[in-house]
Design a protein around this ligand. Structure first.
Ligand code: UDX
Length: 464
């Protein structure tokens, strides 16, 4: 059904609202859809999953994201937002079509671009006049070339379109705020027509720097940003391991280092490392793009290795703390890859829970939002239960293992928790607490990089 162009022109003569089609209603696509509608644009979002489209059309979010519900409800009611399974509804009559479909990692580390290619094939026959097709999903550099090649091959020679890149920098848990108040907007376009269309779209409602560059540069900016964030995290985790040997607290080192504005304090929290659907995938994808182009990125492979090793390091601490695991009751606090999300993709819990279970422990898991997602992978059984609170996870436990930095874990009633546990042992993968405070509260507290080596009787190597 063709959408009427409810164009509104600002006093400056700039057309302020556009007719947008959004392919994909996952974390990026759904937030992009509701936020563009909130800014006054008319948005049609398409998903192949009929159930997802039905739930979203009823105003029920399909992801846990603060602030999303209100925007979804309000913009459905305003008529600026709708969901469909029909591609023509999102393409015909639209000024700009965004690709927000998944680009999950393949076994070899490369991004799986099947969904991107499928959307390109779907759009091609539906082109009705000039169309701007924009990659918002995170894709390897030069993907836009292949999207253009696919559409040109299938749409016939006289179709007018451009393929541009406008990567999202959304963090799960703060995605709505990140969209509406971004640090920067990156626009990748190789024609003046595409560039001006995207600049027009972002001219209203945003007050941040705009980087307008080529398509390939924009694609590379996104993957480089995520790979650098991953590098920063693995760097502090490498320092964290040294801190344990030297008996110093990595949190203090991070604070002292992060006060240098050239370094900055963000992403210097040592712990279980980075998970999620983006950092691991984008780090891997940048590695493969670089290696495919003959560039040595051994440094990034080391970032990946350090991150993968965090799970083993935490499990070794659980082993040392409990000595014997079979029949030990272990409360696991947190399964999401980080707080304020129900997303378990790339979460350390995916490796840790099955290892504790196969070692013979009785595992009782609590997460405020993500438990239902991990239950689909690891259903309850005689030694694996999902409980409704941290208190229930602590009841009768020989140890608590913290895997996600939920704020509610930081404010636990430690006295109450200690009284419920069989032995007051906490292994904290997210360094939520101060070691001295935990010792004063009567816990045997183990975390990552907090100078535990000082508990060792003699230094590992005495300088000669
Ligand atoms: C990330 C990027 O931040 C975002 O810009 C991009 O668009 C998508 O990928 P996200 O994956 O949602 O966002 O989460 P983020 O907040 O970046 O955290 C990623 C992982 O790193 C989490 O597992 C988190 O626990 C971990 N992390 C983060 C650390 O281990 N230490 C830190 O200091 C910060």
């Amino acid at each position: 059904m063709r959408r009427t162009k409810m164009r509104r022109t600002d006093p400056g003569g700039i057309t302020s609202n556009q007719i947008l089609g959004i392919f994909g209603t996952g974390y990026a696509g759904l937030v992009t859809s509701v936020c563009f509608a909130e800014l006054g644009h008319t948005v049609t979002a398409i998903d192949k999953d009929h159930d997802v489209v039905a739930r979203l059309s009823d105003g029920t979010p399909t992801i846990h994201e603060p602030g999303l519900q209100e925007l979804l409800t309000g913009n459905l009611e305003s008529g600026r937002l709708r969901f469909t399974t029909k591609a023509e509804d999102a393409v015909v009559g639209s000024d700009i079509v965004f690709l927000c479909v998944g680009t999950p990692p393949r076994a070899d580390g490369r991004a799986d671009l099947c969904q991107v290619e499928e959307v390109a094939r779907t759009i091609a026959p539906l082109l009705d006049g000039y169309k701007l097709i924009v990659e918002k999903s995170t894709v390897p550099a030069r993907t836009a070339y292949w999207v253009d090649w696919t559409i040109r091959r299938l749409a016939g020679p006289n179709r007018e379109f451009d393929v541009a890149s406008n990567p999202e920098f959304l963090r799960e848990g703060t995605a709505v705020q990140d969209f509406l108040k971004p640090d920067r907007i990156v626009i990748g376009a190789d024609t003046e027509r595409a560039r001006s269309r995207l600049l027009d779209l972002y001219r209203k409602g945003f007050h941040c720097p705009i980087v307008a560059t080529s398509v390939t540069t924009a694609e590379l900016i996104k993957q480089t940003a995520n790979a650098f964030l991953a590098t920063k995290i693995s760097f502090i985790n490498m320092v964290s391991d040294l801190c344990e040997e030297l008996g110093v607290d990595v949190a203090t080192v991070a604070r002292g280092v992060g006060l240098d504005p050239r370094i900055g304090s963000h992403f210097l929290n040592a712990g279980l490392g980075f998970g999620g659907s983006c950092l691991p995938k984008d780090l891997n994808a940048l590695i493969t793009v670089a290696e495919d182009n003959g560039v040595d990125v051994a440094m990034l492979r080391e970032v990946e290795r350090i991150n993968t090793a965090r799970v083993e390091r935490l499990l070794a601490k659980v082993d040392r703390a409990l000595w014997v695991l079979p029949q030990k009751v272990i409360g696991v606090l947190g399964v999401a890859f980080k707080q304020d999300t129900d997303d378990i993709r790339g979460a350390p819990s995916l490796g840790i829970i099955p290892r504790l279970h196969s070692a013979g422990a009785i595992v009782r898991v609590y997460d405020p939002a993500a438990a239902q997602n991990i239950q689909k992978l690891y259903p309850p059984n005689d030694r694996l239960a999902y409980v409704a609170s941290a208190v229930e996870a602590a009841r009768g436990a020989d140890a608590l293992v913290i895997l996600t930095d939920w704020d509610e874990f930081r404010s636990l009633d430690l006295g109450g928790i200690r009284s419920l546990m069989r032995t007051p042992i906490i292994v904290d993968g997210r360094n939520l607490f101060e070691p001295a405070r935990m010792r004063a509260a009567g816990f045997e507290y183990h975390s990552l990089g907090r100078g535990e080596a000082t508990l060792r009787t003699v230094p590992r190597r005495v300088p000669v």
